[in-house]
Design a protein around this ligand. Structure first.
Ligand code: ADP
Ligand code: ZN
Length: 611
C-alpha cells in the first residue's frame, strides 16, 4: 500500500468509527425511549389495583404488563416466567372475576434491546466487510496500476503547462563538435517546413554514445531547449517490465503521445537495455526485449515523410546494439561524446561553479589538470562536494583547498580518518605508498606526484596521486612498462622493507596484470608479434561471449601467458632497481608519512631533493 493510500484508509476508518458511534447512540436513545419511564410496581401491587378496579385494561408486551389506569397513563409490572399472566395474577391474590372484566391485549414484543443486540452483532460484521472491501479495492487498485503498464512513464518537458527542459547548448560545456552535428537537428525542429519543402529527409534517429556521465542526456535536453520543442524522456530499462508485451505497448503509447506534440524529441536513455543484439540474451527476458525493440523499429519505420519527430537515444555500449537499430532510416547517425579534455573540464567546472561563490584566488585550471579521466558528471559532483565541504567548514566561499579535496573525495570516496588504528598497519601503508611515489618520481617517464596519503578513502587503504604530464591517447610500450613498475612499487617496497608482502597490493597487481595482458593480446607489443588475440572485448552479459571467444590455440595461450609474465617481470625489475637505489629517500618519505599521514607535492619534492 502506498503511503497516500494508507492515509486515505486511515481517514476512512476514522469516519466509519464516528458513524458507528452515532448509530449506537441513536439505537440506545430509541430503545430507552420506548420504555418510557413509567412507574413499575410488583405483581402484588398490580393485584391490589385490579381488585380495587383501578385498572381499565392491560397490554402484555413480552415480559411486561402495562396496566392502564387511565386512557393515557399506565404502570408496569413484570410477568413471571413459565406461567400465564392470568395464573400469576391469581396466584398473587387477584380476584378472578375482576380480571375477567378487564380487557387484556397481547402484543408482539417490540424488543428494542434485541434490535440493539442484533445491531451489535451486525455492525462488526459490516465493519469487517467494509475493511475487506477497502483492502480489496486497494489491492485491486494496486494490481490495476501494476497491470496498467501500457502507459509509458515518459517524463515530458517543454509541453504546454509543464516546465521546459530549460537547458540550452550554453549549459553544455565543451563537446563543440557534437553541438555542431546536432545543430542540424535543432534547425529542423525549429523550422521543419523549410526542410520538408525541399524534400530533405532529416535523420529520424541519432545515437549518442559515450561513457556514463559525459553529458548525453544533457545534450539531448539541450537540443530540445535550443529548438524549444517538447522533450519526451524515457529510459530503456523502463520498457522492460515483468510481463511480456508491456514494453511494446509502452513504445506505442510513447510514440502516439509524441505524434500529438510534434515537432518534438523522443529521448531513449540506455538504449542498450532493449536494443542488445537479439538472440544473445543470457537467460530469459529477451522475448520481451525483442518485442519492444521491434515496436521501436516499426514506429520509426512508420514515420511519414512529414513526421517531425527526432528520436535521440543514448548508450554507453554501442558495440552490443542490434545491427537492425543502426540501419538507414533508424539510428543511422552516430555521435560520439568523448570524456572531456583538460580545457573542456575547466569549462565544465566553470558551468558548475557559476552559481557558487568562489574565493577570487581559485584556480580552476589546476583543478582541471588534476582531474584527468573525470566525466562531466564527476566534475559536477566535484563542484558540489567542494561546496558541501566549504559549508561544513562554515566558510562563506568555496576555496581552492576545498576543490582539491573534493577531487579525492570523488575519486576515492570519503576519508576514513582514524581507520588506521594499528601502528604496524600505518607503517606498512606508508612504505607501500612511498614505494609507488618513489618509483614514479625516478622513472624516465616520471609523472609528478601530486599527493601521497595513508588516510584511507573508500576502498583504498592509502593512495598516491600523480598527474600525467600530458593527456595522451597513445601510449608507448615503455610507458606501459613504467606504469606497471609504478603499480608494483608498493608491492616491491613491502617486500624489500618488511621481507614479505601483504594483501594491500591486490588492486595494484590486478591492474598491472591487466595492462600486461592487454600489451600482449591487444597491442601486439610482445615478441608474438602484431596479432590480436581473442575476439571482441568480452561482454559478460552477452551470451555469445560469456566466455571470451578464443581464436587461438592452447599452445598460443601458454605463450601469451609467458609473454605477460615477461612484461610483469620487466616492470618489477624496474621498480626493484629504483627502490634499492633510493632506499634512504623512500624511508624518509615513509617516516614523514607515518607522522603526517598526507604529503603534498611541495613537501614531497623537498624530501626527494634533499636526499
Ligand atoms: P549521461 O547521460 O551521458 O550519462 P548526463 O547527461 O546525465 O550523462 O550527465 C550528468 C550530469 O553531468 C549532467 O546533469 C551535468 O550536470 C553534468 N555534465 C556532464 N557533461 C557535462 C558538460 N559537458 N557540461 C556541463 N555539465 C555536464
Ligand atoms: Zn598500492
Amino acid at each position: 500500500m502506498k503511503k497516500n493510500n494508507l492515509k486515505i484508509f486511515g481517514r476512512n476508518v476514522v469516519s466509519f468509527i464516528i458513524v458507528l458511534v452515532v448509530i449506537i447512540t441513536l439505537f440506545s436513545l430509541v430503545a430507552t425511549d420506548s420504555l418510557k419511564e413509567k412507574e413499575e410496581i410488583s405483581l402484588a401491587g398490580l393485584s391490589e389495583k385490579i381488585n380495587k378496579e383501578e385498572v381499565l385494561r392491560m397490554v402484555v408486551v413480552g415480559g411486561n404488563i402495562e396496566a392502564y389506569i387511565s386512557e393515557e397513563d399506565f404502570v408496569t409490572a413484570k410477568t413471571e416466567p413459565g406461567i400465564s399472566v392470568y395464573e400469576s395474577l391469581v396466584n398473587w391474590g387477584t380476584e378472578e372475576s375482576k380480571i375477567r372484566k378487564i380487557d387484556v391485549d397481547f402484543k408482539e414484543e417490540k424488543d428494542w434491546s434485541s434490535v440493539l443486540n442484533l445491531a451489535f452483532l451486525i455492525i462488526p460484521v459490516l465493519f469487517l466487510i467494509f475493511i475487506f472491501y477497502f483492502i480489496f479495492k486497494q489491492a485491486k487498485g494496486g494490481a490495476m496500476q501494476a497491470l496498467d503498464f501500457s502507459k509509458a512513464k515518459a517524463r515530458v518537458f517543454g509541453e504546454k503547462g509543464s516546465p521546459s527542459s530549460g537547458v540550452t547548448f550554453q549549459d553544455v560545456a565543451g563537446l563543440e563538435e557534437v553541438k555542431e552535428e546536432l545543430e542540424e537537428v535543432v534547425d529542423f525542429l525549429k523550422n521543419p517546413s523549410r526542410f520538408l519543402k525541399l524534400g530533405a529527409r532529416i535523420p529520424k534517429g541519432v545515437l549518442l554514445t559515450g561513457a556514463p556521465g559525459v553529458g548525453k542526456t544533457l545534450m539531448a535536453r539541450a537540443v530540445a531547449g535550443e529548438a524549444k520543442v517538447p522533450f519526451f524522456e524515457i529510459s530503456g530499462s523502463e520498457f522492460i517490465e515483468l510481463f511480456v508485451g508491456v514494453g511494446s505497448s509502452r513504445v506505442r503509447d510513447l510514440f502516439a503521445n509524441a505524434k500529438k506534440k510534434q515537432p518534438c524529441i523522443i529521448y531513449i536513455d540506455e538504449l542498450d537495455a532493449i536494443g542488445r543484439s537479439r538472440g544473445a540474451g543470457v537467460g530469459g527476458g529477451h522475448d520481451e526485449r525483442e518485442q519492444t525493440l521491434n515496436q521501436i523499429l516499426s514506429e520509426m519505420d512508420g514515420f511519414a515523410q512529414d513526421t517531425k519527430i527526432v528520436v535521440l537515444a543514448s548508450t554507453n555500449r554501442p558495440d552490443v546494439l542490434d545491427s537492425a537499430l543502426l540501419r538507414p532510416g533508424r539510428f543511422d547517425r552516430k555521435i560520439i561524446l568523448d570524456l572531456p579534455d583538460k580545457k573542456a573540464r575547466q569549462e565544465i567546472l566553470k558551468v558548475h561553479t557559476k552559481n557558487k561563490p568562489l574565493v577570487s584566488s581559485v584556480n580552476l585550471k589546476e583543478v582541471a589538470e588534476r582531474t584527468p579521466g573525470f566525466s562531466g558528471a564527476e566534475i559536477a559532483n566535484l563542484a558540489n562536494e567542494a561546496a558541501l565541504l566549504s559549508a561544513r567548514k562554515r566558510k562563506k566561499k568555496v576555496g581552492q583547498a576545498e576543490l582539491l579535496e573534493a577531487i579525492e573525495k570523488v575519486l576515492l570516496g570519503p576519508e576514513k580518518k582514524g581507520y588506521l588504528v594499528n601502528k604496524k598497519e600505518k607503517e606498512l601503508s606508508a612504505y607501500h605508498e612511498a614505494g609507488h611515489a618513489i618509483v614514479s618520481s625516478f622513472l624516465p617517464e616520471a609523472e609528478p606526484v601530486q599527493k601521497i596519503s595513508i588516510v584511507s578513502r573508500g576502498q583504498a587503504g592509502g593512495y598516491t596521486i600523480k598527474i600525467p604530464l600530458e593527456e595522451s591517447r597513445i601510449k608507448r610500450k615503455s610507458e606501459f612498462i613504467s606504469e606497471i613498475a609504478v603499480l608494483l612499487g608498493g608491492y616491491t617496497a613491502e617486500k624489500i622493507f618488511f621481507g614479505e608482502v601483504s594483501t594491500g597490493s591486490s588492486n595494484d597487481l590486478d591492474r598491472a596484470s591487466r595492462y600486461a595482458r592487454k600489451m600482449v593480446k591487444e597491442f601486439g607489443m610482445s615478441p608474438l608479434g602484431p596479432l590480436r588475440f581473442g575476439g571482441e572485448r568480452s561482454h559478460v552479459f552477452l551470451g555469445k561471449t560469456m566466455a571470451e571467444e578464443r581464436d587461438y590455440s592452447e599452445e598460443t595461450a601458454s605463450k601469451i601467458d609467458k609473454e605477460v609474465s615477461v612484461f610483469i617481470e620487466q616492470g618489477l625489475k624496474k621498480a626493484e632497481d629504483i627502490i634499492k637505489d633510493k632506499k634512504e629517500t623512500l624511508e624518509k618519505v615513509a617516516k614523514t608519512l607515518v607522522e603526517k599521514e598526507t604529503l603534498e607535492r611541495k613537501e614531497y619534492e623537498k624530501i626527494i631533493k634533499s636526499s
